[in-house]
Design a protein around this ligand. Sequence first.
Ligand SMILES: Cc1cc2nc3c(=O)[nH]c(=O)nc-3n(C[C@H](O)[C@H](O)[C@H](O)COP(=O)(O)OP(=O)(O)OC[C@H]3O[C@@H](n4cnc5c(N)ncnc54)[C@H](O)[C@@H]3O)c2cc1C
Length: 394
Amino acid sequence: MSKHVDVAIIGGGVMGSAVAYFLARNSDFTGRIAVVERDRSYTYAASSRSTSGFRQQFSSPVNIALSRFSIAFLKDADRQLALGDERPGITLVENGYLYLGNDEHVAAFEENCVLQRGLGANTILLSPEELARRFPWLNVADISIGSLGEGGEGWFDGYLLMGALQRCAISEGAAFLHLGADSVARDPATGRFSLGLSDGSMLTADHVVNTAGTGSPAIAAMLGLSLPIVPVKQNVYTFECAFRDEAMPYIFTPDGLFCRPEGPTYLAGTGIRPEDREVALDDFEPDYERFDSEVWPLLAHRVSAFEALRFRGAWAGHYDMSEFDHNPFVGSVASVPGLYLASGFSGHGIMQAPGIGCAIAELITYGEYRSIDLSDLSFARVARGERMREAIQY
Ligand SMILES: Cc1cc2nc3c(=O)[nH]c(=O)nc-3n(C[C@H](O)[C@H](O)[C@H](O)COP(=O)(O)OP(=O)(O)OC[C@H]3O[C@@H](n4cnc5c(N)ncnc54)[C@H](O)[C@@H]3O)c2cc1C
């Protein structure tokens, strides 16, 4: 039997859930919504494996605008995502992002700071002396500059955000079908999409939103579109240490280390290596050896107290990374009317999900962006050969 909806969203991670939420909450949208999600447990979804940081420190205006919209939403999540007396409690910690740079980074940090502050972000630059005063446990001997977001940056529980978006969307009438979208086709005569689902049933839709993460190139290919997005493995390690500073920010160092507190423990990792790119879609094995050979030495170099840490565990997740310019593809596609893309978010999708959800919902409802203009992220930039400049990837 075939069912029909106005909008079928393929992929019910944080991005698909955000699109469903903003569509369902928009009183100008009166259509039916189905989210097609093949893995009810979200075991391998990036949204479950994220470190869920949020920041405004980007080098492109569109990413800063997206983050600022999303962060305002996250800070108001208990109201925006309330269901009766139930509050999502996404445990927002606003300790900031601290990017550390050496001599070669100073000019770029200064330029980015001017841009970010001009767009409303509260980024401040710190000299090594100021860094040492503020964070006496931090080794700044090889550091020339620090860039810190004071307010509106930190981390939260992305999994709770996803669940809360889903519950609200469902309460407004959106259906979540726990099935795979095995095939997708568009009839050029009617403009209608047909989705073949994993239980053998069919779903037809006037609009399709591709929020399938690392599965999005496969969905796009069925509609004749080549999406330059590949799975990239990111290892995350957890450890304990007696050292504690409640004000510790999310730290990013020039040698590729990232580290932040997570409750009473810490999360850390390092940058992407060539062998992390284009991994098999079922390869989620963490690289345990890398902790001892790379991550721990960098941790101990930056914070001497981390010499005495206790390793707790590790996991690996996949970024859906755009090979074109490392920025996502968002919005409609001229060659496939009725199709909308929201994929290729690499390591910044959780923080941007509310902005993306709102923007796609407006595009479907009004045929235009109203709250945030995301034209810079259009897939059309590939045909034009226009790569988006975004220097700050993490
Ligand atoms: C280790 C790691 C750390 C990260 N850290 C951060 C961070 O600090 N801050 C930040 O903002 N972002 C971070 N990210 C990125 C962020 O988590 C992602 O950008 C975001 O979760 C992407 O959400 P999504 O819904 O697009 O994809 P996903 O969460 O992957 O969801 C896609 C869904 O589509 C489903 N699907 C795929 N194909 C089909 C199909 N054919 N039929 C039905 N369903 C299908 C999948 O089952 C999956 O549930 C991190 C990611 C990782 C892996």
